[in-house]
Structures are given as C-alpha cells and as structure tokens.
Ligand binder design. Structure first.
Ligand code: FE2
Ligand code: FE2
Length: 193
C-alpha cells in the first residue's frame, strides 16, 4: 500500500485533467484494480497507477516536447512526429514530482502504458491492459480481450492487447516507436533471432 491515498491522487488529478479524462482515468483505475486482484498483483498500486496513468495526456505537442527535453528524455524521430507517444514517459516523471511519495513501481507502470517496454512487470501489464479494455474503450477485438481477462493468463492477455495495438497501428499506417518494436520483440522472442 502506497503512502499516497487514492483520494489525494484524485484531488491532484482534478487540478490537471478535464472531466472527461478523469472519467477515463477512474475507469482505468477500477479495471486495473480488478485485474490485479484476478492476477495476484498489488491491487492498490494498480488502482493508483490506473488513476494517474494519463497525468500528461492533455498536454499539447509543444508542452510534451518541452517536458521531455526538461526531463532529459532522448527523443526519437517517432517522438517528434507523434509527441503524444511521450505522455506516458513525461507523465511518470511529472507525477513523481507532484506526488513524491508514489512508489517507483507505480511510476514505472505509468511510464510503460501506451508504448510498453521490453520488460513488463505484472503491474505494468495490468495497467497497460486496463487502459485498453476499461469501459468506454471501443476497438475491433475489445470484446474478445475482455473475455480473455480472467480466463487466460496475464501474459496471454497482454500479448493479445499488444498484438491488437500493433495491428491497429499498421492498418492505419502509423509509425512504430522503437520502444514498441523492442517491446514486441521481447514479447515474442524476436530479439533472439
Ligand atoms: Fe495514456
Ligand atoms: Fe488512458
């Protein structure tokens, strides 16, 4: 159990995000908490990370690039082309400054949502999946993944979510962040080939 309470985190979020984004954050928090309970991860950490995962989601492109610069995040070509991809990494740093009592595991889960990472803890996977399947989310395959939650392993669930994300990006001719490629290769063992 972290030193930051859910109520404290929610109050901080209200000063930062729109009502709509907060509704999404609360739904992700609840979904992450339920998934953590199902899969034996830290439910309280999952609820906090779910609540705070989109801390930087409403920053503009210029603000995201400036925040990344200030945080010393190395920018790839994809980050410059799609600054939105930075919101998880800048958000983890900035929420860590705003709420210094947050546990590193929570910050790490916030950092690895959206783009993922080569190494994902159970908590990271729970938050990643929760962000995709929380109520209000709609994409081809979402019902299938919701059904898999609880019946399949956490790894299978995360893998399916990641696969659908990649599929979506390729379908839409969106660029793939190098971290996305690294995360996928780590998932399917492609880095060993
Ligand atoms: Fe996000
Ligand atoms: Fe989100």
């Amino acid at each position: 159990v972290g030193a930051v309470s859910y109520e404290t985190a929610l109050a901080a979020l209200r000063d930062r995000l729109s009502a709509r984004a907060i509704e999404h954050s609360v739904r992700v928090a609840e979904t992450a908490c339920a998934l953590a309970t199902t899969y034996g991860a830290d439910a309280e950490a999952a609820r906090l990370a779910g609540l705070l995962h989109d801390w930087d989601r409403e920053l503009g492109d210029e603000q995201l690039l400036a925040a990344a610069d200030a945080a010393g995040i190395e920018l790839t070509e994809t980050d410059r082309a799609v600054p939105y991809l930075l919101h998880a990494r800048t958000g983890a740093r900035s929420v860590g400054e705003a709420l210094p009592e947050l546990e590193p595991e929570v910050l790490r889960a916030i950092e690895s949502h959206t783009v993922g990472a080569g190494e994902m803890s159970d908590l990271d996977k729970v938050v990643y999946v929760a962000d995709m399947i929380a109520p209000g989310r709609d994409f081809p395959g979402v019902e299938e993944v919701r059904e898999l939650a609880g019946s399949g392993t956490l790894h299978a669930l995360y893998l399916r979510c990641y696969q659908l994300t990649l599929h979506h990006l390729v379908q839409r001719q969106r660029p793939l962040h190098p971290r996305t490629v690294a995360a996928w290769n780590a998932l399917v063992g492609g880095d060993a080939r």
